[in-house]
Design a protein. Structure first.
Lengths: 413, 288
């Protein structure tokens, strides 16, 4: 019996030792590697955007490592990322964040995909005081909770379509406009809606239709019939890719004439490819476009990023990839300025970030949101049967003129 | 005009839902199985049509190809899983089909990706009353096809040997078995027919609405509701309750607002269930 107990003790201690040695090999900085952690949606409903995010991260890691890595204390380090699949599930994402921090000993995190999952992870990273640079959570509520370790390289959701209302007012000769809007009932879309409400108040515009689309809804006919009857100056729709595709399909089928149509998620929905000419003249909010003139020394310009990304992954980078790559540039910059691996020093360095990347200028506001980069608007324009997204606002980067008003369906070929 | 538009939209959508609901009513009636994976079978049918569309074939041909493929999918599902739960209680079948639903979602996500997709029919639009009421031809087409298939199915059920066997099994499986009906085969065929109906509906949805691996559940819930309202094995009732629900939904949207659309439908369901109970309890009093 005594022998058995002894054997058992040895067995247990052997296991413990193995676990300890394994987990220490993943500590925050191991040899010449700085280990970052990320829970990301590789399966489940966000898996395509999750993969875009991961590709963006990987592309930046490779590039930074190849170009000399991160210099801290006179020594050069390389980035390495531990990924876990969160299955597009917020609960799972929060668990995995705990696991990354407690078991794998990760001290710096990269964000997941979508506002919902970022919201699930942020309390965990905050609890353990782990700095997280995230690139895909735009919901305004992320930046009003007083989080101290959360930094977002993208513009918050309420800014997505504010510009569109300003543009509509401008086209209306500075006079207020009548707005019809339909938003899905989720955190992101409702934040976009708040932005529109602000813009309407500021410009004295009137909101005549304010529909909230249920998540399961795949038919907008009722909303569009109301739009047809009331003839607003602008129609705003936000409901992720499904909302964008449904709206265009039914606007074309029901021949709804509006002078201006503003949406989100057009590029994620591959609107111009899936709907072709039906999507022409739609105005879309985007975080990034390859034609913008921002530059950095790692990726060069947006156009060069586009080219390199295509070469590596075989498809044109959506903005989700670009902003994810930018997150790594921010981390590198912060590590070098902090010149230390102390989490709080890195966090303080992140807080004072002020830099330009190929993706845009980055400077964090008090809530952690990026305040230095405006949203851009592009418009779908077609030549023959091929349709493209052309940047039309803000004017500084506009490659094409904003086409307004949208021609009536009866006049379109 | 708004009301005309709402009515027509509601009816056209309702007919499509009625088709899915009929499949559900059929197998519920025959096999006593509530199929949670109904909506996922619909979406799979839609993806078959979408795949054809990608290959350059007009997606409307999906209403012929998709049911054929889906029939065999249904048959295989029966042989693999359903035959093991068909005689058990309702709860087990719900669990089993729920499992199937999850597997189907993940498989579709794996094969077709998590993007929302649409197939283009390019059917154009019918305009009535000087362009104030618009009807997408794709919706008219899908309602027409749904009605066509529904009629074909009713005739088949009445006239064919298999149809008679299915009806006999629905009435009394044991008696049917004693009288020489191969109930095992009948069950497999019923599940196949249900899957085929889902395939047709899916192909129609690919050209009228949108497809995504995870949007199956709303179709399951919708058809479940239609069946509850209409009762089992009663096609005209299913058709009417489908259209009625479609209409009710559209009007709820106009009058109460889009955010109450689904809520209103569920309120109606509760109301109908309470009413039915009330009616039944009255009947029971007579029996006393």
């Amino acid at each position: 019996m005594n022998k058995l107990v002894k054997l058992f003790t040895i067995f247990i201690s052997a296991i413990t030792l193995t676990i300890v040695s394994i987990s220490s090999s993943f500590a925050k900085v191991e040899g010449e590697y700085i280990v970052l952690g990320s829970a990301i949606s590789l399966t489940g409903k966000y898996s395509s955007n999750g993969v875009h995010t991961q590709n963006g991260y990987n592309m930046a890691v490779d590039r930074i490592n190849k170009m000399g890595g991160v210099t801290v204390g006179g020594k050069s380090y390389k980035f390495e990322i531990i990924y876990y699949d969160d299955e597009s599930n917020p609960k799972r994402a929060a668990q995995l964040a705990e696991r990354l921090i407690k078991q794998d000993g990760v001290h710096y995190m990269l964000g997941p995909y979508s506002s919902g999952l970022t919201k699930a992870i942020a309390p965990v990273t905050e609890k353990y005081k782990i700095p997280m640079v995230e690139a895909n959570g735009a919901s305004r509520s992320l930046f009003t909770k007083g989080y101290k370790y959360l930094f977002a390289v993208l513009s918050p959701a309420n800014q997505y379509l504010e510009v569109a209302i300003d543009l509509a007012v401008e086209k209306n000769g500075g006079k207020p406009v009548r707005i019809a809007q339909a938003f899905e009932q989720d955190a992101f879309s409702q934040d976009v809606r708040l932005g529109i409400l602000d813009a309407a108040k500021r410009t004295g515009s009137e909101i005549i239709i304010d529909d909230k689309l249920p998540k399961e809804l795949n038919d907008m006919a009722a909303t569009l019939a109301k739009v047809k009857a009331t003839k607003p100056d602008v129609l705003v729709v936000s409901g992720h890719t499904k909302g964008a595709l449904t709206a265009i399909r039914q606007i074309a089928e029901m021949k709804v004439d509006v002078p201006m149509l503003a949406m989100t998620h057009c590029d994620a929905a591959k609107l111009s490819k899936q709907h072709g000419k039906k999507s022409e003249y739609a105005l879309c909010a985007s975080q990034w476009h390859k034609n913008l003139s921002y530059k950095d020394k790692f990726f060069g310009s947006g156009k060069k990023y586009d080219k390199d990304f295509k070469k590596e992954f075989g498809y044109a980078p959506p903005y989700q990839s670009a902003e994810s790559s930018a997150a790594l540039l921010v981390f590198k910059d912060a590590f070098e300025r902090a010149n230390s691996f102390d989490r709080d020093k890195v966090r303080d360095a992140l807080k004072t970030t002020e830099m330009q990347t190929f993706y845009g200028n980055i400077k964090f506001g008090p809530g952690g949101q990026n305040t230095a980069k405006p949203m851009i608007l592009f418009q779908v324009r077609c030549k023959g049967d091929t349709c493209e997204n052309k940047v039309v606002a803000p004017t500084k980067w506009a490659s094409d003129k904003f086409y307004h008003p949208i021609p009536k369906w009866s006049e379109r070929s | 005009m708004l009301m005309v538009q709402a009515s027509l939209d509601g009816i056209l959508l309702g007919i499509l839902f009625a088709l899915i609901a009929y499949g559900m009513a059929l197998q519920w009636g025959v096999m006593n199985i509530i199929n949670i994976a109904q909506g996922d079978l619909v979406i799979l049918g839609g993806y078959i049509a979408y795949t054809m569309y990608l290959a350059g074939i007009h997606p409307a041909w999906g209403v012929i190809v998709s049911p054929i493929i889906m029939f065999f999918v249904g048959w295989a599902l029966y042989k693999l899983v359903i035959n093991k739960v068909v005689d058990r209680d309702l709860f087990i079948s719900i669990l089993a089909t729920f499992g199937i639903a999850i597997v189907f979602q993940q498989l579709m996500n794996f094969i077709f990706g998590a993007d929302v997709v649409v197939a283009q029919s390019e059917y154009g639009t019918t305009m009535l009353f000087d362009n104030s009421v618009t009807l997408p031809n794709s919706k008219i087409f899908s309602a027409f096809i749904s009605v066509l298939y529904a009629i074909a199915l009713v005739v088949y059920m009445k006239k064919s040997r298999l149809g008679r066997a299915i009806r006999a099994t629905a009435q009394n499986a044991r008696a049917a078995k004693i009288l020489g009906v191969d109930t095992e085969k009948v069950y497999a065929a019923t599940f196949g027919i249900n899957a085929a109906l889902c395939g047709i509906a899916g192909a129609l949805i690919s050209i009228t609405l949108t497809l995504h691996p995870y949007v199956g559940l709303p179709y399951t819930v919708r058809s479940f509701m239609i069946v509850i309202v209409a009762g089992l094995g009663n096609l005209p009732a299913v058709a009417i309750s489908g259209m009625g629900l479609g209409l009710f939904e559209e009007f709820a949207d106009y009058i109460l607002g889009t955010e109450f659309r689904i809520g209103a439908v569920f309120m109606l369901l509760v109301f109908i269930l309470v009413y039915r109970r009330f009616k039944l309890s009255k009947k029971r009093e007579y029996l006393k």
